[in-house]
Design a protein around this ligand. Structure first.
Ligand code: NAD
Length: 286
């Protein structure tokens, strides 16, 4: 093994400390910070995520407010809930959990989230602001990858970055964030003919495909930094990433672990965004 481990626990602790400090100021001003989570799926992995986000919020002192809709909820049903939460002065942040019921596009529905409360950067307005380099909330996972790289002093300016995955929650916004940091960015996806041909040019390789074992040693240039965003359930039920850790750690210069890498940073970033939103929108005393 040559790769140093790019762990996320300390990064997350730093973000939680910042959130905690801001939260005590809110408390002193008589403000209760509430995070609304809207769920319209019975998928177990989504339910697990909602529970763990709620628990992390509670540990910090943020109240979780889960709106559960049936898995056959319509676009109009979900929009109505998001509209009500957006108008509710007691709610600081809103997260729309995926997957959504079949046939409903997250980007359209997320338009109903007030951008000032859009702590996971899902509204196309937030995504547009990110692209334009204007202030706003970026998707928490994409932001978390940058925070992990910065914490571990990974240089981005002038480096070749390759992102595997082009989703609106990770791949695309991450490409924009890397570009804003002067990396030369290439985005790969499921229709990229020879993945290894592209990924092996990367100084910094970020993988968010949701395919366990997709990236092996032959995909990685010796010494490259590899960030594994994937969270998949392994054959034995354990949490595994998209990177075959054992073989990649032998060639990479750095590798983020799963679990304990991007995941905890994402949660902490989401909570910090929520406290930030509470300050910005002047949430009424709760
Ligand atoms: P998604 O399914 O929306 O997108 C996957 C992307 O990967 C697509 O753009 C697709 O083109 C690409 N892809 C799929 N197979 C590929 C292949 N064989 N070669 C190249 N590209 C391929 O998924 P997502 O929501 O972007 O999530 C990606 C992964 O990240 C999942 O494992 C998810 O669980 C994980 N995730 C983790 C966090 C976290 O906090 N750690 C947060 C969000 C998502």
């Amino acid at each position: 093994v040559t790769a140093r481990s790019l762990g996320g626990k300390e990064v997350a602790a730093g973000l939680r400390a910042a959130a905690s400090e801001a939260l005590s100021k809110c408390r002193a001003a008589g403000i209760t910070v509430r995070l609304a989570i809207v769920v319209a799926t019975r998928e177990e992995s989504a339910a697990w995520y909602v529970r763990s986000l709620g628990a992390a919020a509670a540990r910090l002192g943020i109240e979780g407010d889960v709106s559960e809709l049936p898995p056959d909820a319509t676009a109009a049903d979900i929009t109505a809930v998001l509209d009500a939460l957006s108008a509710d002065a007691g709610i600081a942040g809103i997260v729309l959990q995926t997957p959504l019921p079949a046939g409903i596009g997250a980007a359209e529905i997320a338009s109903a989230i007030d951008p000032a409360k859009d702590v996971d950067g899902a509204n196309p307005v937030s995504l547009g602001r990110l692209m334009a380099g204007l202030p706003g909330f970026a998707p928490a996972t994409a932001r978390a990858v940058l925070e992990l790289l910065d914490y571990h002093s990974v240089e981005l300016d002038g480096r070749r970055a390759v992102v595997v995955g082009r989703s609106l929650v990770v791949g695309k916004p991450l490409a924009m964030l890397l570009l804003a940091r002067n990396a030369t960015v290439t985005v790969c996806h499921s229709r990229t003919p020879d993945l290894a041909d592209v990924t092996s040019t990367a100084d910094v390789l970020v993988v968010a495909a949701g395919r366990p074992g997709l990236i092996t040693a032959r995909h990685v240039r010796p010494g490259a930094v590899v960030v594994d965003v994937g969270t998949n359930t392994g054959a034995d039920g354990s949490l595994v990433g998209d990177v075959e850790a054992a073989s990649v750690a032998a060639v990479a210069g750095g590798l983020s672990p799963v679990p304990g890498g991007v995941g905890p940073v994402t949660t902490a970033r989401l909570l910090l965004n929520t406290v930030t939103a509470a300050g910005a929108v002047g949430v009424e005393p709760g």
